[in-house]
Design a protein around this ligand. Structure first.
Ligand code: ASP
Length: 442
């Protein structure tokens, strides 16, 4: 039987009822034998995430504050979950040991990883599956960098002969035995790691929405979910803000060619989103769009700079010197425009302008602020005429002035820069043109 790895996010594990629902989902397909869990999330809008409470515990310990009071709500949440599940599992000793370690200066990674740890212990007991502690197999090097190949080898070995396993997400171990964590939301990465090591045919990522949406729901009302997309498309969308899956979760699945299926714990029957290597079937003109405000464009103009060898390099080395990363580069004859996130530019604004001035003596040099970038992504765009024309006519008819255009070389995306004031209007105009106003309920 094919194996499936199923990862459940914090909202899918908020209380005992959610743990039971997870058990039901797993029972619905016996191939789902490899399970990764997050720490319990919020039960309601006002509630706290366990991981946030654990950050507070570490803060309290560092400040010489009252760790017992900070840890109490964490322990209470887990005790409530245990009580609601009628499990024969007593974690009292471990709760005491954890608080003790925190009081004695345990590192931040150890403190915040305990949410996933306890969640994993409870889930393993509930399912009757072996518990795997990632501190002993999901390796990080001495600089805190995740070591994917070492993890793959060790985890694969550990899984030999096991009927299945439950592994906490978010953390792993360093060579000296200390705990290390991924960035926030990193249990998605752990899920992909377990999927790869267990040789799973599918990596199911269970969350609180029915898949990746074709546009940001805060900008477009009820956008439709994307049924199927490629690893590359999801990365393109994630980089400009579409956040369903941690973007580093793609790599382990991609190297092993494992499809990722985003599913909704509260609506398991919904189709969700499939993320796959490539889709041979026909693709829509565009797959989705994402965007973000808060960009600035450094605009450098100089007559005949197109004939000046090394011109761009000189400008780029000024950015490097000032530690300013750029995300887009648009060039014209005699003009170069570099787009960077405004907060990263702000600290170096004056010195960067002075350096560029000295390096290339431009005819004009200015920074255009308050830009929003919109990425229109779709593997179906390649070689298909009319997509760009429809895109620009949609934006033009909405009365939006496009300040900047950047098209990726693989024709997988077109990025537009517009004034922040036009962001919402432009996004809706593009969405309505390409998705013909399709909404989630349709
Ligand atoms: N619990 C961690 C967080 O809140 C990791 C995760 O849920 O993926 O970021």
């Amino acid at each position: 039987m094919d194996r499936i790895t199923a990862k459940f996010g914090g909202t899918s594990l908020a209380d005992a009822a959610h743990f039971r629902r997870v058990r039901e989902i797993l029972a619905g397909n016996l191939a789902r034998r490899f399970v990764v869990v997050s720490a319990p999330g919020k039960r309601s809008g006002q509630d706290a995430k366990i991981t946030d409470l654990l950050y507070d515990c570490h803060q309290a310990a560092r400040a010489g504050g009252d760790v017992a009071s900070a840890f109490a709500p964490v322990e209470v949440r887990f005790r409530e979950i245990l009580a609601g599940l009628n499990l024969n599992l007593d974690l009292s000793e471990e709760f005491r040991a954890t608080q003790w370690a925190m009081e004695r200066g345990a590192g931040q990674a150890f403190c915040v990883s305990r949410g996933e740890y306890f969640s994993g212990r409870i889930m393993a007991a509930l399912l009757g599956l072996p518990f795997i502690d990632p501190a002993q197999c999901v390796f990080f090097d001495e600089h805190g960098q995740f070591d994917g190949e070492a993890a793959q080898r060790t985890l694969q070995e550990k899984l030999q002969g096991l009927p299945g396993a439950v592994m906490p997400g978010f953390y792993g171990g360093m060579p000296d035995g200390a705990v290390a964590t991924f960035a926030r939301g990193g249990s998605d990465i752990s899920g992909a790691i377990l999927a790869r090591a267990s040789g799973s045919a599918v990596y199911e990522n269970w969350t609180d929405v029915s898949g990746v949406l074709a546009a940001d729901p805060r900008v477009v009302e009820n956008p439709a979910p994307i049924g199927c997309m490629t690893y590359t498309e999801v990365r393109e969308l994630a980089y400009l803000g579409a956040t369903v899956l941690h973007e580093d979760a793609i790599y382990p699945a991609k190297v092993a060619g494992i499809p990722i299926h985003i599913c909704n714990t509260m609506a398991p029957g919904d189709g969700g989103t499939w993320i796959i290597a490539r889709q041979d079937g026909p693709a829509g003109d565009i797959t989705g769009l994402a965007g973000r405000r808060g960009y600035s464009a450094i605009q450098v103009e100089k007559e005949r700079s197109n004939t000046e060898v090394g011109y761009c390099r000189k400008i780029l080395s000024c950015l490097e010197k000032n530690g300013v990363p750029f995300e887009h580069l648009a060039t014209g004859i005699g003009s170069v425009s570099l787009v960077a996130p405004t907060p990263l530019l702000d600290r170096h604004r004056q010195s960067l302008l002075a350096d560029i001035q000295a390096a290339v003596h431009p005819d004009s040099l200015q920074i255009l602020d308050n830009l929003a970038m919109i990425a229109v992504v779709g593997r179906g765009m390649a070689g298909r005429p009319q997509v760009a024309a429809r895109l620009f006519s949609a934006v033009g008819e909405a009365g939006v002035n496009v300040r900047l255009i950047d098209q990726g070389t693989k024709e997988l995306n077109i990025v537009l820069g517009v004034d922040e004031a036009d962001y919402q209007r432009a996004t809706n105009a593009i969405y309505n043109r390409f998705f013909a106003g399709k909404r989630k309920e349709d």
